[in-house]
Design a protein around this ligand. Structure first.
Ligand SMILES: [Ca+2]
Length: 336
């Protein structure tokens, strides 16, 4: 697997091609977005959650979706993005935003989220949207990722899990019967899509991304080495934005697409015909890979889609990967 694990992806992007038109109940244009219907809750450290209702949904992408399977080893879209029905039987609570630097620093006081001039194990020819040269230029221009309300990044999956454990053990949270964990991929994509079965939670039109998502677009054209792959709009942010800066999806969730990639909690599973359900192992960690979802400020159209899945090992940190959390609330009145 050493050849294939020279991952293709992340902000790997390919040229924008023809737009499909198969999408239901979207809100691409302005003034037509459904009002969030979720119930919200704030925890003892100020994190806000919404209740995602149970229901049936569709995961993965249709065969005609541009860029589908862009991260897969074989180039077969079904391998990573097999379209499949899903059912969420019970409501769950998901963070309205990504975890911020301020929130994470309550757990790890000295943490800093910083632009990195090179990615661990990456080679510039692997067509990262933000390669080493771009990152050095962003640093020289004074861009920062470390403000209190920017999403935390430069953390590993293990760090994110440790944050959840720390949060679950706070006295106020224990008293309230709340425990925290990373979302599964099923939960993440179900929540991201809301009412959409298309490429993005707002529909199919990439040109509306500037309203809903902080992605690699015109704002960063001076820095992107691969500008032809970027979104065409201008969302006003070159690097990570303050969480919640863009319009939410149908459940009231912000930044499900863009800003930072988000860690999911479960093992990364492939859907190849030959070996369905196969877990993926990456160099550097003996455990199966996990998925990061949603794309980031450095992602072009191929990665910043509802269905796009990027495998990552659990010990690598990147300046464009963060997380949001699920809270499970115990019914303290229930018989034990
Ligand atoms: Ca942007």
């Amino acid at each position: 697997m050493t050849v294939t694990v020279r991952l293709l992806w992340f902000s790997l992007v390919v040229s924008l091609s023809a737009m499909p038109v198969s999408c239901v109940r979207t809100y691409e244009g302005q003034n037509s977005a459904p009002q969030p219907v979720s119930v919200s809750m704030r925890n003892s450290v100020g994190m806000v959650f919404v209740q995602i209702p149970p229901g049936e949904g569709v995961l993965g992408s249709s065969a005609d979706e541009p860029h589908r399977g862009i991260t897969s080893w074989s180039g077969d879209g079904d391998e990573f993005e097999l379209p499949r029905k899903t059912e969420v039987s019970k409501a769950f609570w998901l963070g309205v935003t990504e975890v911020t630097n301020e929130q994470f620093r309550r757990f790890r006081h000295k943490h800093r989220t910083q632009l990195r001039p090179a990615f661990s194990g990456a080679k510039e020819e692997l067509t990262f949207m933000v390669d080493g040269r771009s990152a050095r230029a962003l640093i020289a221009a004074g861009y920062s990722l470390d403000a209190a309300d920017q999403p935390v990044a430069c953390i590993t999956w293990d760090d994110a899990v440790a944050f959840c454990k720390w949060l679950s053990e706070l006295p106020e949270e224990r008293l309230a019967g709340r425990t925290y964990r990373l979302p599964t991929e099923q939960e993440w994509e179900y929540a991201c899509r809301g009412v959409s079965t298309g490429r993005f939670f707002w529909g199919e039109a990439a040109e509306y991304s500037w309203m809903y998502a902080n992605v690699a677009d015109a704002s960063g054209l001076a820095f992107w080495q691969l500008s032809r792959f970027a979104f065409s709009g201008d969302d006003g942010h070159v690097v990570a934005a303050s969480v919640g800066s863009y319009r939410p999806n149908a459940y009231g969730l912000h930044d499900m697409i863009g800003n930072v990639h988000e860690f999911c909690g479960d093992d990364f599973v492939g859907y190849s015909v030959q070996n369905p359900g196969a877990r993926l192992y990456l160099p550097g960690d003996e455990r199966p890979a996990v998925a990061v979802r949603g794309g980031s400020w450095a992602s072009g159209i191929g990665i910043a889609r509802c269905a796009a899945r990027v495998p990552l090992d659990r010990v690598t940190s990147r300046h464009d990967v963060g997380f949001r959390v699920v809270v499970e609330i115990q019914d303290l009145n229930a018989p034990r």
